[in-house]
Structure formats: structure tokens, C-alpha cells
Write a new protein. Structure first.
Length: 375
């Protein structure tokens, strides 16, 4: 048994982000290892800074004609995200909170890890990781500790870093024992800019079988049974029109998960009227739905895991490459709504016997590779 650390993006209220960390942890545990997640958290902002940022956002959204979110003070975030916090504490073996990245080296040395795994999610995306060298494990100084990237994602199909940073990252990448990436085009990015070989693998959520998730949420209910379930991160009239068309075509009522009990709460003194649902409740909607429409990558992934008929809007701002990469591997590109020319009536039923076989074969290969690399 080896002692393994996982480094991923800060875990808080992102359903997909939290579940990919859970899935990777469970996969490594199933391989017989002790797993600890490095609990990286952003430095807490002062209430004054938060209100200043909120003021700036108001101005931006007025000019862009977008809806205005509410103020969330640091002191109230625990209430707002309590369901996610509970899941993370119960399901993951976390270190103490690490808000100062300079403490990472000491943390790794203290725990005497045999390997550090960075991934998954968009850990190598410039916009999400200002301290990108950290996510190339520059804090792992002990040569005896294996460096592994599992399903690391650049988020975009184009290279994002300047020449100086690229040279620095290439040098760090040389020290990795194994690099795998979540998107097929990331293999080319690694080769062309980092000058290292990498392997295209599946998002860690796909490494766990459906039964694992069913057991996880066995005590949770949803409102999506026999309905069209929608999970839309970036709502607009175009997507709403399509949802109405699909609802009419499938003769299914529409339901969505309520991320907040009341989205019109302007200030945080009414925090108890706002809540993020349990992760298990979120999953239960995918389990129970008759049909799913989403613009979320992990929304798409869990539609596939639960063998559901689905359609997806590719979310380019949040990263399009990951959608195309997985759908191409599974030969499901026709599930993308590209434009008004999309014809719902010509949609063929998904052959999940074939899809499940493709995934299970790839999962076996991936687990075998991880076992050999960590050994």
C-alpha cells in the first residue's frame, strides 16, 4: 500500500469538481492505497473586499444587461455551502486547509507521501490556476516521491502560456513519472510545448461504476422522475427555447434542480433562505430523469453514466474541448445542439450496450496503468 496525495482545484460548491475528486480518491483506494486530498483553499477575502467586488460586478452586469447575484460574505459561506462541505468531510480524507501555497512542501514531507497525483479537472488552465507551477508539482522536491498527472486538463485547445512560463513548465513536466490528460488535443499540447508524452484518459468520474453512485445516493430522492431534467450553468433565451422544443417533442414536463431556494435574495442577512443542494440530490436527478438537457461537462458525464438519453449545449467559455473529446470517443457527437438546424425528430436512441463496453474496456486499461505506475 502506498500513501498518495491528490492535488486538484479548490473544493467548495462545484458539483462536478467535488465528484471528480471523490471518484479519483475512490479509484486509488480501490487499488489498495491510502489517499489524502491536499485541501487547497483560496485566501479568505475581507468583507470590505467582497463588497467592493460586488459593486464592480453590479456595474458590469448593468452594462451587460445580466442578472445581479447576491453578496456572500466569508462569514456566511459555511451556511451557504454546508451540504457540499458535509459531503467533502464525510467522503474525502482531507488535510487541514492550505491557504498558503508555500506550506505545500512541508505538508507533503510531513505526511511522507509516496506519490502526488495532480488532477483531474482544469488544473492546467491559466485562468483557474494563477500559480500554475504549483499544479506542475514544483513543491515536490523529494525525488523518491512519484509525480503523476491524472486526466489533467488545459481547458482550452490552444496553448495559453508565454515563452518563459512554458520553458518553466516543460522543465517541471520532465520530472513526472506519468502524465495523462482528459482531452485528446491536450496530448498534442504536451508534445508540442512541454516536449513530453502523455496519454488521453477518461475523467475520473467515469472510473467508478454506476452502482457506486447508486449506493452513494440510495437515501436521496429527486423531482425528475418521468421528466425532462435540465442542468444549465449559463442560462439564456436560446437554450430556453430549445428546452421548450425538446419538452414538446418528448411530451415531458421540465424540471431543474434549485441551486438556491430564492434567487432574488439581495443581501446575506437572509442566508437561511439560500442553499446549495446535497451532491447526492443533484446526482439523484440524473438517476431518475427520463431525458436530460445540459451545458455542463459533468452533467453530460453523469447522463452517460446513468445511461440516459440526453442533449448537450457545448459550453465554450467554460471549455469546449472536453465535450468534443469525450463525445468523439463514444461516437456521440450527434448529441450536441449546434444551431437552429438541429433536428430533434432524427435523433436515434443511444446504444448504451456499446457505450458501456467502450467505457469499461478503457477503465480497465486505465486502472492497470495506474497500478503499474504507482507500484
Amino acid at each position: 500500500m502506498k500513501k498518495i496525495a491528490i492535488l486538484t482545484l479548490p473544493l467548495h460548491h462545484n458539483f462536478g469538481g467535488n465528484l471528480q475528486a471523490y471518484a479519483l480518491s475512490e479509484t486509488l483506494k480501490d487499488l489498495g492505497h491510502q489517499v489524502i486530498v491536499l485541501n487547497i483553499q483560496n485566501k479568505k477575502l475581507t468583507n470590505v473586499a467582497i463588497i467592493k467586488n460586488f459593486g464592480k460586478n453590479i456595474l458590469k452586469k448593468i452594462f451587460l444587461s445580466k442578472s445581479i447575484n447576491f453578496v456572500v460574505l466569508e462569514s456566511e459561506k459555511k451556511k451557504l455551502y454546508k451540504n457540499h462541505t458535509q459531503f467533502l468531510k464525510e467522503k474525502l480524507n482531507l488535510t487541514e486547509e492550505i491557504t498558503d501555497l508555500s506550506r505545500l512542501e512541508a505538508t507533503v514531507n510531513f505526511h511522507k507521501f509516496d506519490a502526488v497525483v495532480v488532477g483531474s479537472d482544469q488544473v492546467w488552465r491559466k485562468a483557474y490556476t494563477p500559480n500554475i507551477q504549483t499544479y506542475f508539482l514544483n513543491f515536490v522536491k523529494d525525488k523518491r516521491i512519484k509525480k503523476i498527472a491524472y486526466a489533467a486538463s488545459f481547458g482550452l485547445e490552444k496553448w495559453q502560456y508565454d515563452r518563459e512560463t512554458t520553458l518553466d513548465l516543460a522543465k517541471l513536466a520532465e520530472d513526472f513519472d506519468y502524465i495523462s490528460v482528459r482531452e485528446s488535443d491536450a496530448v498534442d499540447l504536451c508534445k508540442n510545448y512541454l516536449h513530453v508524452d502523455s496519454e488521453h484518459v477518461l475523467d475520473p468520474t467515469l472510473l467508478l461504476g454506476k452502482e457506486k453512485y447508486l449506493d452513494l445516493m440510495k437515501d436521496f430522492k429527486s423531482k425528475s422522475r418521468n421528466k425532462l431534467f435540465t442542468y444549465i450553468l449559463d442560462k439564456d433565451l436560446y437554450k430556453n427555447d430549445w428546452i421548450n422544443k425538446i419538452s414538446a417533442d418528448k411530451n415531458l414536463p421540465v424540471t431543474e434542480i434549485e441551486l438556491f431556494k430564492n434567487k432574488n435574495i439581495p443581501l446575506i442577512h437572509e442566508i437561511d433562505k439560500i442553499v446549495t443542494p446535497h451532491i447526492e440530490t443533484w446526482l439523484a436527478n440524473f438517476r431518475d430523469a427520463e431525458f436530460i438537457v445540459t451545458d455542463s461537462f459533468h452533467g453530460m458525464v453523469f447522463s452517460i453514466i446513468f445511461n440516459k438519453e440526453f442533449l448537450v449545449f457545448v459550453n465554450k467559455e467554460r471549455g469546449a474541448s472536453r465535450f468534443y473529446s469525450l463525445l468523439k470517443f463514444l461516437n456521440l457527437e450527434k448529441r450536441i445542439i449546434h444551431d437552429e438546424s438541429f433536428d430533434i425528430s432524427r435523433l436515434e436512441k443511444i446504444d448504451y450496450e456499446k457505450i458501456n463496453f467502450l467505457i469499461s474496456e478503457r477503465v480497465m486499461q486505465i486502472k492497470d496503468k495506474l497500478a503499474r505506475v504507482i507500484k
